[in-house]
Write a protein that binds this ligand. Sequence first.
Ligand code: ATP
Ligand code: MG
Length: 482
Amino acid sequence: MNAILTFLKNFEDPDLKPIRSAKIARQKFIEKTPEIPLITIEYKGATVIPRPEHNVSRQQVSENALKVVYKLKKEGFDAYLVGGCVRDLLLGREPKDFDVVTNALPEQLARLFSNCRIIGKRFRLAHIIYGRDIIEVATFRKSGSENPSAAQRSTKEGRILQDNLYGTIDDDVWRRDFTINALYYNIRDFSIVDYVGGMADHKAGLIRLIGDAGERFREDPVRMIRAVRFAVKLGFKLHHDCEQAIHLNAHLLASIPAARLHDEVVKLFLTGYGVQTFEMLRHYGLFEVLFPAVEKSLSVEEGDFPRMMVINALQDCDNRVAENKLSPPYFLFAALLYEPMLQRAKDKIGKGILESDAYFLAASEILTQQVGHIALPRHVTLAIREIWNQQAKFDFRVGAKPSKLLAHPRFRAAYDFLVLRAQVGAIPMELAEWWATYQSVNETERRKMTQPQQQPKSAQPKKKRVYRKKAKPATVLNSEGV
Ligand code: ATP
Ligand code: MG
């Protein structure tokens, strides 16, 4: 009876509807929260740029981001847009996402927004979810150097592990990475609050760390690849101190958990500026930390072949982004790691290992090594393997094999990879062209094309092939699932 009464009571409470475990967890989380007095905001030492003196307009802000900041304002909290969106709007670009910062605590946000999910351990954040659009809302935080507490933990090298010490906007600004990322757009009067000379650096096109560059990179080495990403994306220059500090601290990137690097690397290479980013990461010694096997293969003197393969793959990804098409990470990783895999397989064949086993083992080893640096989901490593495996099958142009290959769900990616190899001269262009024609013609023409007499001599598969038919090696997956 009691259970029924509780159920009915809960049912009347709009905050508890529908009764699902996530909702209940959220409710429990809210109940534990103490009420805190609202903080009055003063800007210690900041310059306030009034609306008429800057070009950021509310019209350019997404509807959902506006909903969030207005609701916070209505409830008596302070709310600012901050980070990349302000930076990009000042440049007249469309922001990738909108980040909001406020004096409301995550628990208060959970209470205010029924579509709120609290995420993150290192940083606790609120995601306000509008279908596929997510507005990230952070609570002002302070850097913990003067206030070490349980809410903030770091390694002995100074890398921050947990940072949940809340503060005011005056505190919050100092823990942001670059001056151009620390401009706050105030929804109350549409002014921009600048504590760190961000507007001047923005005008000068400079990426400058807030505070001591070396210290800030040691706190979080991911900032080094963010510096490169923003420099390329915005066409800005790295400040001298920032450049020097990257040269000195690049190796620290190796300490970042592989899972965190996955997202960062996707942003580095798959958001439209891959080629330039690759060149700049190599220049600063960051690429070799992220992709040691690739860097090693690039340094092998074999003309410009391995490098061109990577550059062309990145260019492909950049072109796709420019055409508003998706660029799947597996294609890029397959291209990056192909040469290291081939080199490793060659070594194994040299040691007398059977060709097919050598390629299988080389693929496993290279992928396992790489996921130790940058985590890749299992479906991605499987796709990479499939693309690699199918390359040898393109040599077979007689009989039923071509139609079987064409029907493979991964055919399109494997074919694009074949074209990539042809472009850098790794295989004859004629082979890629044959497959282009084969795809474009009707069934009767396809049958004609795969008659033995139709095949040019060069199209006959060589006697000894890498993946010739043999007992399939057992699909043994290692602990990383590759
Ligand atoms: P974009 O979203 O265009 O990639 P962004 O600058 O908005 O760029 P986000 O990752 O969305 O990048 O982060 C939002 C803001 O949070 C940044 O602008 C910066 O102020 C702060 N920030 C993010 N990552 C870090 C970091 N590693 N160290 C310090 N501040 C950070
Ligand atoms: Mg952002």
